[in-house]
Design a protein around this ligand. Structure first.
Ligand SMILES: *[C@@H]1O[C@H](CO)[C@@H](O)[C@H](O)[C@H]1NC(C)=O
Ligand SMILES: *[C@@H]1O[C@H](CO)[C@@H](O)[C@H](O)[C@H]1NC(C)=O
Ligand SMILES: *[C@@H]1O[C@H](CO)[C@@H](O)[C@H](O)[C@H]1NC(C)=O
Ligand SMILES: *[C@@H]1O[C@H](CO)[C@@H](O)[C@H](O)[C@H]1NC(C)=O
Ligand SMILES: *[C@@H]1O[C@H](CO)[C@@H](O)[C@H](O)[C@H]1NC(C)=O
Length: 675
């Protein structure tokens, strides 16, 4: 009863909010469509569905959306006097489509558009029309198709300025093996209209065109282009690279493009990240030159081969990607882009509080009542920091498939539900799909990962409270010195200014996300042309003196060499019989192996991380990729009274400028206290 009441109340609130947002929008926008109508859901006409042999049209009086039949590609979106917000010059299959990258085991990967073969009307009322286009592999069909069933769904609602989409991917039990490398939906927008892109408050501007990129000079890899002759001369001499517009899943809520004539916005809104891959800090592409807008549900960007999705021995699997909303808005000629960006953010909030949606007609998408809640309180126990337990301030806490500690960051097949605890370490994860999960956490300011010792079973309507969870981060002795902040990124270290001739001026704030600029890896060679970085504990400041990435050095003629960093530190007293420990947290690694030497640069390595890392986050301007943690014992007999040195050699290969690691945090611990 209470829940129903709550839901009704929430529905009302949602209705009011939506009406308020729309009212504001109508009052100021005076768009042709809107001014002809009164405000209020019932003032809008019912949604019309027209099914033709080769196309399906859904029209709610605000947007008219056209799909190919039975392919289920979005071929047209008519809105506010623009015949098609999508690129009419592209073929119909190249405007709004789902695609994957996949392969059979051992074969090279291939790219595939998901094309429907059967069309079905799922719901058809005045309030909501939902359609389904299913693409299905069959044993007799040709081998170009991945052995999957994909049900592409699209929804248009009465009075709603846009459309919703989602897809149900299925690998039925017993079907052939495959690997999947990427799954996403792509919208290619009308290039005559959309020139302004907005990813965040800090990243937005008039963008180059696809033609500008084509005439530019390709830099160190094909995605990065120096604009040499752009149609908009202000962009000349700037770099464009789609990876500069990436963001973490947790921040990927609304992004898109704006046309200035007429003033119209096209937005990808992601109200929940439950179906995105590999947790809240996994990064991926958003929008980029094309003009293109993506929703990447799964890829191995910023992760590499450690994040993959393989089906073997007929494994049964099903997952709903989405729903997302494509939101469109408009303004009057005297308004500007900021108006539409602010309105789109408002719509994003409206969509977020409406999650889970109550208008989706798939039994694979549970309603609010069919989901559960898991709450609790986490604290941190580290007796070398404090004698009593500490509240896990702002801890990230999440539910993901059961697995090893930290396994969420490579988990691709399941759903994940994350939240951030309050200052007291209290958390509540709402709207969790029924299922069996592991409960995982990490706490800013501490190294390591937490996992609850038992599986968590969420049932429809269940509300579970886990009190007194205690995380004991890795620690074996008192801190003698430390470099950086344990926050899983290298952002606090020295990030140099970009080369003036290789800037991307999409960033409004030069200090905020400078790490997304192109070519910063080469600055290492400028700063350390002969001798590598030496960091002296107690004198140097990691914000200034610790380069953000331990990269190779360019010695000219496209030749790179491995580099060795040295940390000097002073010990007044040495416990020659004690065991010291070097704790090392790494925020990203690409083709790396860090060898550690103590006080002798020529010795056989004292220890090593072994080969690790394929996340390519240095080239992709990511500031972090996957998180790794290492601990190395250092016998006191290896240390002296006075100055000691630890050598960190990134020693694996040096074929490119992008190989190396980004450290998160390094700590040297004294021998354990005896109690
Ligand atoms: C496909 O067809 C072959 C030969 O008819 C059969 O042996 C196999 O079991 C079928 N596979 C599936 C997944 O239906
Ligand atoms: C955290 O705990 C303090 C002290 O117990 C309390 O005053 C405060 O309200 C709590 N904060 C939250 C967000 O629960
Ligand atoms: C948790 O669930 C997984 C997968 O179902 C299972 O393999 C594992 O044994 C379970 N762990 C515990 C502690 O029950
Ligand atoms: C720029 O970014 C930094 C770091 O995120 C932030 O502290 C600062 O307030 C920003 N400055 C402006 C002008 O937005
Ligand atoms: C650069 O490399 C090429 C090919 O290996 C070689 O022929 C040339 O002599 C090198 N130039 C310099 C300046 O080292």
């Amino acid at each position: 009863m209470e829940e129903k009441g709550f839901r009704r109340w929430r529905g009302l609130l949602h209705g009011l909010l939506t009406a308020a947002v729309r009212l504001l929008f109508l009052l100021s926008a005076c768009s042709v469509v809107a001014s002809a109508r009164e405000v209020g859901a019932n003032a809008y006409p019912g949604v019309q569905l027209l099914v033709h042999n080769d196309q399906v049209v859904m029209d709610n009086g605000i947007v008219e959306v056209t799909f190919s039949n039975p392919g289920g590609d979005v071929t047209g979106i008519k809105f506010n006097g623009i015949d098609n917000l999508l690129e009419p010059r592209n073929r119909e299959t190249n405007r709004g489509y789902w695609d994957i990258v996949w392969n059979r085991p051992g074969e090279p990967s291939t790219y595939m558009r998901i094309e429907g073969t059967t069309f079905k009307v799922v719901a058809n009322t005045d309030d909501v029309v939902e359609v389904s286009f299913v693409g299905r592999w069959s044993n007799s069909s040709d081998s170009h198709l991945a052995p999957l069933i994909v049900d592409k769904r699209f929804v248009v609602r009465r009075g709603s300025s846009g459309l919703y989409g989602y897809a149900i991917f299925e690998h039925p039990k017993g079907w052939p093996d495959l690997d999947v490398g990427e799954a996403r939906i792509v919208f290619k927008l009308n290039g005559q209209k959309f020139h302004y892109m907005a990813i965040s408050d800090e990243r937005q501007r008039v963008m180059p065109t696809a033609e500008d990129r084509a005439s530019g000079r390709v830099l160190d890899y094909k995605e990065a282009v120096l604009l040499t002759d752009p149609s908009n001369s202000e962009l000349e001499g700037q770099v464009d690279d789609k990876y500069q517009y990436s963001c973490e899943n947790q921040d990927n809520k609304v992004h898109g493009w704006i046309s200035s004539d007429p003033l119209v916005g096209f937005w990808m809104i992601t109200p929940s990240h439950e179906s995105h891959t590999a947790g809240p800090v996994k990064q991926d592409l958003t929008s980029h030159v094309g003009p293109t807008t993506l929703n990447v549900f799964y890829s191995n960007h910023y992760a590499g081969r450690d994040v993959y999705m393989s089906f073997r021995n007929g494994e049964a699997w099903k997952k709903v990607y989405g729903p997302f909303m494509v939101y469109v808005n408009s303004g009057s000629p005297e308004e500007d882009e900021s108006k539409l960006w602010v309105d789109a953010k408002g719509q994003m909030l409206t969509e977020t509080i409406s999650w889970p949606y109550d208008f989706i007609h798939s039994e694979d998408y549970p309603s609010a009542a069919e989901r559960g809640t898991v709450g609790g309180q986490l604290s941190v126990r580290d007796r070398y920091v404090k004698n009593s337990d500490m509240l896990a301030d702002s801890a990230y806490v999440g539910l993901a498939a059961p697995g090893e500690v930290g396994s969420w960051q490579t988990n691709t097949k399941g759903y994940q539900f994350w939240t951030q605890a309050d200052n007291n370490g209290s958390f509540e994860i709402r709207n969790v799909r029924p299922g069996v999960y592991g409960l995982y956490a990490w706490v800013p300011g501490f190294i390591g990962d937490y996992r609850y010792h038992m599986n968590i079973t969420v049932k429809p309507g269940s509300d579970m409270e886990l009190s007194a969870l205690v995380f004991s981060p890795p620690r074996s002795g008192p801190t003698l010195w430390e470099i950086g902040i344990p926050d899983r990124t290298a952002a606090e270290f020295y990030v140099p200014r970009p080369y003036p001739g290789l800037m991307n001026k999409v960033f409004k704030n030069d200090t905020g996300e400078r790490f997304r600029q192109y070519g910063l890896w080469e600055r290492y060679t400028d700063l350390y042309p002969k001798d590598d970085l030496v960091y002296t504990v107690g004198i140097d400041n990691y914000r200034r003196d610790w380069f953000f990435a331990h990269v190779t050095r360019n010695i000219g003629n496209s030749t790179y060499v491995p580099t060795t960093w040295r940390i000097d530190f002073n010990l007044q007293n040495v416990d020659f019989r004690g065991i010291y420990r070097l704790q090392m947290a790494v925020a990203s690694a690409t083709q790396s192996r860090i060898s550690i030497r103590i006080n002798d640069p020529n010795e056989q390595p004292h220890s090593s991380t072994g080969r690790f890392g394929y996340d390519n986050a240095i080239a992709r301007h990511g500031i972090h990729g996957l998180y790794w943690r290492f601990g190395f014992d250092v016998p006191g007999s290896r240390l002296h009274r006075g100055t000691n040195s630890i050598y960190l050699a990134q020693s694996r290969t040096a074929r490119t400028p992008f190989e190396g690691v980004m450290y998160d945090y390094i700590r040297f611990e004294g021998p354990p206290r005896t109690h």
